[in-house]
Ligand binder design. Sequence first.
Ligand SMILES: C[S@@+](CC[C@H](N)C(=O)[O-])C[C@H]1O[C@@H](n2cnc3c(N)ncnc32)[C@H](O)[C@@H]1O
Length: 316
Amino acid sequence: MTKHVPVLQNEALDGAHIKTGMTVVDATLGGGGYTREIFSRVGDSGHVIAIDRDKTAIDRFRMDYPRIAEKVDLVHANFADIARIVHDRGVVPMAIIADLGISSDQLDDPQRGLSFSEDGPLDMRLDQSGYADGDTPTARELLATLSVSALARIFRRYGDEPFALPIARRIVAYRKKSAITTTRELANIVTEVVPCRFHRATKHPATRVFQALRIAVNHEYDDLETFLRGAMDVLAPGGYLAVISFHSGEDAIVKHFMREQARGCMCPPHFPICQCGTRARGDVVTKKPITPSSGEIAANPRARSAKLRIMRKNAL
Ligand SMILES: C[S@@+](CC[C@H](N)C(=O)[O-])C[C@H]1O[C@@H](n2cnc3c(N)ncnc32)[C@H](O)[C@@H]1O
């Protein structure tokens, strides 16, 4: 049974105006909390497509909720393929929801290597089958092959890690003596490099490095950009795109994308009529991102960094 507690679920589904009879895409099935609620809102006359790149999530949903699973269109794929997935089904969704990142089920499974709290192999691929994502290198392979500067770039870009360079140097020096294969080894290497005065009770010193490696292994930023474009293309006019992000890099991609889609004519102000022909494709409904209440954060601390942004595609 899933242990994942959905974050900002009602805010996202209310904000996307999900109603009886609609076709809705849940681009990130995870533990299935959103999918089940969407299913109950659209009813038997609606159509729910639920995607996950992790086959385990799909299989668990089938086991946990067999009756609902029969009626939901479960797709083992990368959400970057949303345009193809929707076209193949000949539908036009009224809402597309993506609750980004990883589920508690994935984080707590030591065999995935996503957490430093328990020892496990440094894998980090969300699609361990290789079916949805193709042949992606694992974190262990990246740590064994990338140069100091390439590793430092990953830690900086995807983790905002202030000690990116010394950590990358230590990794490359360490691997000359012995391969880095487990989460515990990596967590120890990072902890030794980060000066004690930067160790905080609430955040393990290796948190940023683990996040950065996971994003790199799963090419999360590229997939997110492709997903957002595809989602806007296939969404019905008047339909809603709702995205929940969990860290600043992810949120920045969503925010910039939505702003860009909402921008109309880009001609200089002194042009009497528009020459560029750029039309806004939608409106950003959430001028500021929606964040969880203090009650939700107290009940589910994992929610603390969540941000929900919603845009509505223009009617034709
Ligand atoms: C935070 S969980 C979703 C939780 C879900 N909303 C729920 O209520 O249980 C994120 C899920 O998205 C999946 N995921 C992440 N990136 C993906 C991608 N590019 N394509 C498809 N699924 C992805 C992960 O495998 C994970 O299961």
